[in-house]
Design a protein around this ligand. Structure first.
Ligand code: SAM
Length: 250
């Protein structure tokens, strides 16, 4: 029988190491599993997340997609007809970037291997930032939000797309059944990884709800934060703005 660790630690360097190992291991099957397990609704969520970013104010700007994985969120922005800027797509699991790189042909997306908790960019570098299904994995969520705040220009927006637990008890019961019984089994068979898809529902259950997450964004220095629940509250799209006047646009 495969070894199943007790739990992925909730904080600290051990958690970072475990998370990086999980995503490095499942990278070759990540895209397939992502679309199958979400029944493709993740595509609609990504579209809406990009719509929320307000990039049309700065179509020639430089945007960050952190915890970029295989680039689906960055590419959703890069492929918008009026977009003329560039996207820096960072992730600390190099195999995820490698698994997605064939999709980048001709797209203005530059991959960078880096940790979201120590983003390798100067202060006020970006006109906006996105993170899809990434912040749930951070070993220190508050530090992660402070890092996003640091690298954004004044007035720029952060958009966070993340799973959440549906508020309606009936939907929640069905969702939990799927998430804790079906998804780990399908994930194990397709990915070949013994427990990565057990980590996914565990990490969602442990993660702060949308109101708490919004409060954390404000504590990190963001203003005008808000969120929308999507698909019966299975996921949430959060947005927040770094205070200050926007400089001249590009
Ligand atoms: C569930 S995947 C999401 C990938 C992509 N954003 C998407 O929407 O499909 C989470 C990604 O976050 C990355 N990640 C988790 N913690 C990270 C950290 N501290 N720094 C950089 N990347 C991180 C993982 O390596 C993984 O590629």
């Amino acid at each position: 029988m495969p070894t199943i660790p007790d739990a992925v630690p909730s904080q600290g360097a051990d958690r970072e190491k475990q998370v990086r190992t999980i995503f490095s291991d499942i990278a070759p099957r990540y895209d397939l599993l992502n679309h199958v397990l979400s029944m493709n609704v993740d595509r609609a969520w990504r579209r809406r997340a990009v719509d929320t970013l307000g990039w049309t104010d700065r179509p020639g700007g430089t945007y960050l997609d952190a915890c970029a994985g295989t680039f689906d969120l960055g590419l959703e922005l890069a492929r918008r007809g009026a977009f003329q800027g560039r996207i820096v797509a960072s992730d600390f699991a190099r195999p995820m970037l490698v698994a997605g790189r064939d999709k980048l042909e001709g797209a203005a997306v530059a991959p960078v291997c880096g940790d979201t908790l120590r983003l390798p960019f100067p202060d006020a570098s970006f006109d906006g930032a996105t993170v899809g299904f990434g912040v749930r994995n951070l070993s220190d969520l508050d530090a992660g939000f402070r890092e996003f705040h640091r690298v954004l220009k004044p007035g720029a927006r952060l958009v966070v797309l993340e799973f959440t637990v549906p508020p309606n008890p009936v939907v929640r019961a069905g969702y939990m059944l799927y998430f804790t019984r079906i998804l780990p089994v399908v994930g194990r068979i397709v990915s070949g990884h013994p427990w990565a898809y057990t980590y996914l529902p565990e990490s969602v259950k442990e993660f702060p709800g949308p109101d708490e997450l919004a409060a954390k964004l404000e504590s990190a220095g963001f203003a005008e934060s808000g969120y929308a629940l999507v698909t019966f509250g299975i996921a949430a799209i959060h947005w927040a703005r770094k205070e200050g006047p926007r400089g001249p646009g590009s």
